[in-house]
Design a protein around this ligand. Sequence first.
Ligand code: IMP
Ligand code: MG
Length: 180
Amino acid sequence: MITEADINILFNPETIQKEIKELGKKLNQEYGNEILYLICVLKGSVMFLVDLSKHLKMPLRMEFIRLSSYGSDFTSSGRVNAVDISLPDLNGKNVLIIEDIIDTGHTAKFLIDFIKHNFKTKSLKFCSLLDKKIKREVEIDPDYYGFEIDDKFLVGYGLDYDGYYRNLPYIGYVETKEAE
Ligand code: IMP
Ligand code: MG
């Protein structure tokens, strides 16, 4: 188990909010006044969705799905579980997937393939607050991301360790043997 004393702050709340505001501006430019469907991948992306959506000016719908991929405490299993992936009809819609972090990329690929297989969307893009590029196992790049990060295990602002610390207002990294 870890305690809050093991967490080193990487991005404070002000830094996070500033970056999200910038992302919001870019998305407003991209979509203009077109209807946008935001697909929030629970649970980790919930804080990001809430704060990002407040900057968006187009008419938008919010959909929530639940996927899980993490096997052990600090490592991505590479296998994606669709816990709840019920979605409305996305044919002909602009769809933007909202993720907290892309790590190996398996979750992103699974979801993009799932949507492509089931719908002919007008557009399909991916927006992740964090991008752990160095850990990528499948070829995939987010269309939008906030911060690129090293190979560290992060918690806070939606990200969890064993279900905890999602409520921290900052993003921090945990120094552990397993995380190295
Ligand atoms: P991927 O399938 O390996 O790209 O992993 C994506 C998912 O794993 C993310 O949506 C997160 O929920 C989780 N994840 C990846 N890295 C971290 C981390 O450093 N801390 C907490 N969760 C993470
Ligand atoms: Mg996630």
